[in-house]
Write a protein that binds this ligand. Structure first.
Ligand SMILES: *Cc1c(COP(=O)(O)O)cnc(C)c1O
Length: 254
């Protein structure tokens, strides 16, 4: 896929507008209202001055995969009022940092992390919007709970008052086989529908956070409510994706 690197506010605005145009076109194909779909721009590896440009171009909330990087950017950009969504796997010992500043967390994948977050949030007098990450690709290497663990985890999250469950999140399988990608998104949607049928109170709005630069249009066709898009807005990343999630070549959960 070709990505154009955006530096100026105008270039950033142009890329954001183009992504929004593609979101609207995908929504139209699926008979959906594009206004229901939220674009979460992902700014990992992007410098603070380019992020300022994106904020000037209208971005009000940004996604970051790594807590340390998000924490640094939050401090450096505090004057802008931009809000932060942590979208990557979290180690329990970083829960305190997330609880201190993040607005959303898209990668909740264990009860232990939930406990740590809730405790830290309670003492900070804050709350957090969370999405439970599900492994829909069946790849060993992917983060996220297994589909059959979802009912148990949702039930177990009920007592955590500082965590507002908003829905589910997934990363599709990395492949050029569009049908295989689509099946991941369909599975997440089915899991959401089943969870709603069992107990709608446990899944909040039941939103689906799915789709990134390579596959957000498919995700929207399959019901995505939030798409997390980095490279189509900011340009190609210098770092390999294996820096952000385990791949078959570079595996190892932490
Ligand atoms: C980086 C990242 C994205 C965005 O990927 P792009 O290819 O830049 O669009 C989405 N979700 C997660 C969890 C990410 O880490």
């Amino acid at each position: 896929m070709e990505f154009t690197t955006a530096h100026t506010v105008e270039e950033l605005k142009k890329n954001v507008d183009e992504v929004k145009r593609r979101i609207a076109a995908a929504a139209a194909r699926a008979g959906r209202d594009p206004k229901e779909i939220r674009l979460l721009p992902v700014s990992k590896t992007v410098s603070e001055d380019r992020i300022r440009g994106a904020i000037a171009a209208g971005c009000t909330r940004l996604g970051e995969n790594k807590v340390q990087e998000a924490k640094r950017k939050h401090a450096a950009l505090i004057d802008t009022g931009v809000e932060w969504s942590i979208i990557g796997h979290l180690q329990r010992n970083k829960a305190k940092d997330v609880a201190a500043f993040a607005r959303e967390f898209h990668a909740l994948d264990s009860l232990r992390v939930a406990e740590a977050l809730d405790r830290r949030l309670q003492s900070a007098g804050r709350s957090l919007e969370v999405y439970v990450q599900v492994n829909t690709s069946g790849e060993e290497s992917k983060y996220g709970i297994e589909p059959d663990e979802l009912p148990g985890l949702l039930t177990a999250l009920r007592p955590f008052d500082a965590l507002n469950v908003r829905g589910l999140m997934t990363l599709a399988i990395f492949t050029t086989d569009e049908e295989a990608v689509r099946r991941c998104f369909q599975l997440l949607r089915r899991l959401r529908d089943d969870a709603r049928d069992r107990d709608p109170d446990l899944i909040g709005l039941g939103e689906l956070s799915m789709g990134m630069s390579g596959d957000f249009e498919i995700a929207i066709e399959e019901g995505a409510d939030v798409v997390r898009v980095g490279q189509s807005i900011f340009g190609a990343r210098p770092t390999p994706d294996s820096d952000y999630w385990p791949t078959p070549q570079a595996s190892g959960h932490s």
